[in-house]
Design a protein around this ligand. Structure first.
Ligand code: MG
Length: 376
C-alpha cells in the first residue's frame, strides 16, 4: 500500500482558517489549536469521571465492560484511522471524540431520560447540549475564562444534535440546526465512529454478560458473514476468541467501507473548502447502501435484544428512581449540594433546576448511588 502523505485535504478543517476561541488566547509554542483542545479535555475533571459512568452496564456490574471512558477512547481510535486515511484533521477528530460524551449523566440513557423528565418544566435536559455546557461553562478551572475555551470547530463537533429551541440560544453555533446545514467532515466522522464503536463493543459486552447468544448474533448478516469466515479457518476456536475475531473483522469491514464511500462522496461533491461541506444539504461522511443496512440492522438488533433486555431494564428502573429522588432532594434543599452549585441555585427557580441538573449530570454512577443512600 502506498504511504499516506500527511497533508490535509483542502476540505478538511484548517486551524489557521478556523473560527477561533470564544476568548482570544495567544497560540501555544509547540502545539496546534486542536491538539490544545484535546489536551484540555484530557485534563478536565469531567473526562476523568467518564471512567465510572455507564455505557450499557452500570459500573458495579463488572470490571470488564465498557465505560464511557473506554467507549470514548474506542471512538477516537476509529475516528483517527478514518481521518488519517481521508486527510482530515486528526487532532480535531480526537478532541471531538474524547469530548463527545462529557455531558452524559450517570446510568447511561436511563439516567438521561430520567433527568430530562425531571427537567420538563425547566427547559429539559439534552446530553449533547450538556457536553457543550461542560466545556463552555462547568469546567471552571482557568483564571481567564469560564470552561475550557475550546475552538469553534471542536464545539461544533460536540453539538451533534440540538432542538430548535436551544439552537436559537446558541448563536452562530446553533445556526446550522435552524438552517439545516451540515457540520464539517471531522464532526460528521466522529458521529459515525461513535455508532461503529458502540455497535461493536456492545456485541462484545452483551455476549460476555450472557444476555445475547451466538445463535442470535448469527442471524445478523454482518456478524454471520465474518463468523462463517472465522469458523472456516479455525473450526475449534473457543467462543471468546471467535467472537473477538468476528468483531475485529466487523469493525474493519465497516471502517473500510466508510473510508471508501466517503472518499467517493467527497469526489462527487468536489468541495473547495469546509464551508462548501457545511452548506451542502446532505451529510458526506457515510456508508454504502449495503453496509448501512447491515450496520442499522445490528443497531436495531442490539436495541431490541440488549438495551431492552429484562436484566438491563430492571437495572434502568432502579437507577431512574435514584435520579428522581436526587433531583427532588436537591431541589427542596440546595444546601445538600456543594457551594458552587448551591450558589447558582439561589438565583431563581429556573436557575435552581439547572444547577441541580448540572450537579446530577456530572456525577459518576457510584457517587450517585452513594448520594442516594445518604439522602433517600
Ligand atoms: Mg458515544
Amino acid at each position: 500500500m502506498k504511504p499516506i502523505p500527511d497533508a490535509l485535504a483542502p476540505w478538511a478543517a484548517h486551524e489557521e482558517r478556523g473560527r477561533g476561541r470564544r476568548y482570544a488566547e495567544p497560540p501555544a509554542d509547540y502545539r496546534g489549536e486542536y491538539q490544545r483542545d484535546r489536551d484540555r479535555i484530557i485534563h478536565s475533571t469531567a473526562f476523568r469521571r467518564l471512567v465510572y459512568k455507564t455505557q450499557v452496564f452500570v459500573n458495579h456490574e463488572g470490571d470488564l465492560y465498557r465505560t464511557r471512558l473506554t467507549h470514548s477512547l474506542e471512538v477516537a481510535q476509529i475516528a483517527r484511522t478514518v481521518a488519517r486515511a481521508l486527510h482530515l484533521n486528526e487532532p480535531l477528530v480526537e478532541a471531538i471524540s474524547l469530548a463527545h460524551d462529557l455531558g452524559h449523566t450517570p446510568f447511561g440513557h436511563a439516567g438521561q431520560d430520567a433527568l430530562n423528565e425531571c427537567m420538563q418544566s425547566h427547559g429539559g435536559f439534552e446530553h449533547n447540549l450538556q457536553s457543550l455546557r461542560v466545556v463552555d461553562e462547568l469546567e471552571a478551572k482557568y483564571a481567564d475564562f469560564p470552561g475550557l475555551n475550546l475552538t469553534w470547530e471542536t464545539r461544533e463537533g460536540i453539538l451533534k444534535h440540538c432542538s430548535r429551541r436551544n439552537a436559537r440560544e446558541l448563536g452562530d453555533l446553533g445556526e446550522r440546526f435552524l438552517k439545516r446545514h451540515q457540520p464539517g467532515l471531522e464532526a460528521q466522522l466522529v458521529n459515525l465512529a461513535d455508532a461503529i464503536a458502540y455497535n461493536n463493543h456492545d456485541v462484545d459486552d452483551g455476549f460476555r454478560a450472557g444476555l445475547i447468544s451466538l445463535e442470535q448474533l448469527c442471524e445478523q448478516s454482518l456478524f454471520r458473514e465474518h463468523y462463517d469466515e472465522v469458523h472456516r479457518s479455525w473450526p475449534d476456536l473457543e467462543d471468546r476468541r471467535l467472537i473477538y475475531e468476528v468483531i475485529r473483522r466487523m469493525i474493519g469491514h465497516v471502517v473500510t467501507d466508510l473510508i471508501e464511500h466517503t472518499a467517493a462522496g467527497i469526489e462527487s461533491l468536489a468541495p473547495e473548502d469546509i464551508e462548501d461541506v457545511r452548506h451542502h444539504n446532505q451529510l458526506v461522511v457515510g456508508f454504502s447502501e449495503s453496509v448501512f443496512e447491515m450496520h442499522t440492522g445490528l443497531k436495531k438488533f442490539l436495541r431490541e435484544n440488549l438495551y431492552r433486555h429484562e436484566q438491563v431494564r430492571s437495572m434502568n428502573e432502579k437507577t431512574r428512581a435514584m435520579i428522581e429522588v436526587l433531583f427532588e432532594r436537591y431541589m427542596s434543599d440546595p444546601a445538600e449540594m456543594p457551594d458552587w452549585f448551591r450558589d447558582k441555585a439561589s438565583a431563581g427557580d429556573a436557575e435552581r433546576a439547572r444547577a441541580v441538573a448540572d450537579y446530577i449530570a456530572g456525577m459518576t454512577d457510584r457517587f450517585a448511588i452513594a448520594e442516594h443512600e445518604r439522602l433517600a
